[in-house]
Design a protein around this ligand. Structure first.
Ligand SMILES: *[C@@H]1O[C@H](CO)[C@@H](O)[C@H](O)[C@H]1NC(C)=O
Ligand SMILES: *[C@@H]1O[C@H](CO)[C@@H](O)[C@H](O)[C@H]1NC(C)=O
Ligand SMILES: *[C@@H]1O[C@H](CO)[C@@H](O)[C@H](O)[C@H]1NC(C)=O
Ligand SMILES: *[C@@H]1O[C@H](CO)[C@@H](O)[C@H](O)[C@H]1NC(C)=O
Ligand SMILES: *[C@@H]1O[C@H](CO)[C@@H](O)[C@H](O)[C@H]1NC(C)=O
Length: 413
């Protein structure tokens, strides 16, 4: 007999539970998160709709819609759905000031309403890097990565070569949004010039992606100067070209050439990093200086020029290869570079001399032959020329002109 009251009691409990559940559902906050500038959808669920007026209000309790009729003059709000079960409005171009609870209630029932909480997320833009003062070799540089606006606050991270550099983070609340900055101080050397750093901003609204600002260190340093000397010994008549290789940040804009205790020779031509002196003479002996400077210092390098006397000894014939044009042995060209080489090559000199003699003989023979053939051709030409004058004789010249054709052949040889 006790069974029935217990069952009834349990049924009552279940009913109460269901009731509380349904009342909980009635006030359930439907939270919406949308990106700034995006479109939010705010929905209200209706239960047992009886045709009474549905009122939708913004967080300031201003009525947006009065049973489907727009009440507030804001075109960004649109009613997109109105059924006995669901009312839905959209809000486009959402801004952070639109955040808050949106109310749905029946005009007749002021006790029951639904609140849809709208949250606006502001992802950070690519951060910027601010530099306090120039980075000078041997000093320190202070870099600040700034993300001026985000919601919630973005996380900033300095990275160099895949490794994080710990920064001093500061966060400022600008009402609805946050500005975040991260500052690092790093010592800089010349080798750090051009080093790549980056500042990464991460944010829940970006998912796993990051907004990255790349930054290259610009380290200022005093110049270095180095003269590239000519590789060979210089003699009178040679040309001198000196090149001054200069580094520095900023790169020195001008390079000064000078001669210690003297003026630059008249024939010296300077153009940027090169100094050129043509037709050297012993008066050009001296110490030449290349100097450069920027705001961070100056540097110089020197080169001592010694011009050697041209040797008067006649050049050996070995310098001319046998295969070259036959005219060269008879017109020897003085080559100062070759003088040095021949000192250690006496057997070659002898062989070369013999060969040159041979070539000379061949040329002599050639000249004689050519001279002879020209003479023969000359006689042939006069013969032909006379043939042209008298037409009749031409045929005769061709018919029994045996020696004429021979002359031609020889000439062609
Ligand atoms: C909705 O947002 C409000 C306020 O931010 C919060 O108190 C509530 O717990 C949220 N509800 C859900 C279901 O996330
Ligand atoms: C409110 O709008 C709904 C849907 O359009 C309609 O069915 C209902 O009759 C309206 N109620 C009043 C009081 O006008
Ligand atoms: C969106 O709103 C902002 C201000 O909140 C405004 O400057 C901008 O012009 C709006 N954009 C559009 C497409 O309406
Ligand atoms: C330049 O002259 C000074 C003084 O006359 C002398 O001491 C110095 O050795 C000279 N330098 C060179 C490179 O000739
Ligand atoms: C120039 O240098 C060469 C090589 O040292 C030397 O023989 C010559 O005497 C010098 N000439 C002058 C004018 O100093």
């Amino acid at each position: 007999n006790l069974f029935i009251p217990i069952l009834l009691y349990l049924l009552l409990l279940l009913l109460l539970l269901l009731l509380s559940l349904s009342s909980f559902l009635a006030v359930q906050a439907e939270n919406v998160t949308v990106l700034e500038g995006g479109t939010a959808q705010i929905s209200c669920r209706l239960q047992n709709y009886d045709g009474s007026i549905v009122v939708i209000q913004n967080p300031r309790r201003q009525t947006l819609f009065f049973n489907g009729t727009r009440a507030l003059k804001d075109d960004r709000f649109q009613m997109v759905l109105f059924t006995p079960r669901l009312v839905r409005i959209t809000l486009s171009n959402v801004s952070v000031s639109d955040e808050g609870g949106y109310f749905c209630q029946l005009y007749t029932d002021s006790t029951h309403h639904q609140v849809a909480t709208l949250s606006v997320s502001v992802p950070p833009e690519t951060p910027t890097v601010e530099v306090k003062q120039d980075a000078v070799e041997g000093g320190e540089v202070e870099l600040t990565c700034v993300s001026p606006r985000s919601k919630p606050a973005a996380t900033l991270r300095w990275v160099r070569g895949g490794r994080e550099l710990p920064g001093v983070v500061s966060q400022q609340d600008n009402g609805k949004t946050f500005s975040v900055s991260s500052t690092i101080r790093i010592p800089v050397e010349r080798k750090d010039n051009g080093a790549a750093l980056s500042c990464e901003a991460s944010h829940p609204a970006l998912g796993g992606q990051k907004r990255i600002r790349h930054y290259r260190l610009d380290v200022y340093f005093a110049p270095t100067v180095k003269i590239v000397p000519p590789s060979a010994i210089l003699r009178e008549g040679d040309s001198l070209i000196l090149t001054c290789s200069v580094t520095g940040n900023p790169l020195p804009r001008s390079i000064q050439w000078s001669r210690i205790n003297d003026t630059l020779p008249e024939r010296a031509e300077t153009s940027g990093p090169t100094l050129q002196i043509s037709r050297l003479s012993q008066s050009h002996n001296g110490t030449y200086l290349c100097q450069a400077q920027n705001n961070y210092g100056r540097a110089a390098d020197h080169y001592t020029l010694l011009v050697y006397v041209t040797t008067t000894a006649p050049p050996p014939l070995t310098t001319t290869p046998v295969t070259s044009h036959p005219a060269t042995p008879t017109l020897p060209i003085f080559n100062p570079g070759a003088v040095v080489e021949t000192h250690s090559a006496v057997p070659y000199a002898v062989i070369g001399g013999v060969l040159a003699l041979l070539v000379f003989t061949v040329i002599c023979v050639l000249i004689i032959t050519i001279w002879c053939s020209v003479r023969q051709k000359g006689s042939y030409l006069t013969h032909e020329a006379s043939g042209l004058d008298e037409h009749g004789e031409v045929q005769e010249a061709f018919l029994n002109g045996n020696d004429a054709s021979q002359g031609k052949k020889e000439y062609l040889l």
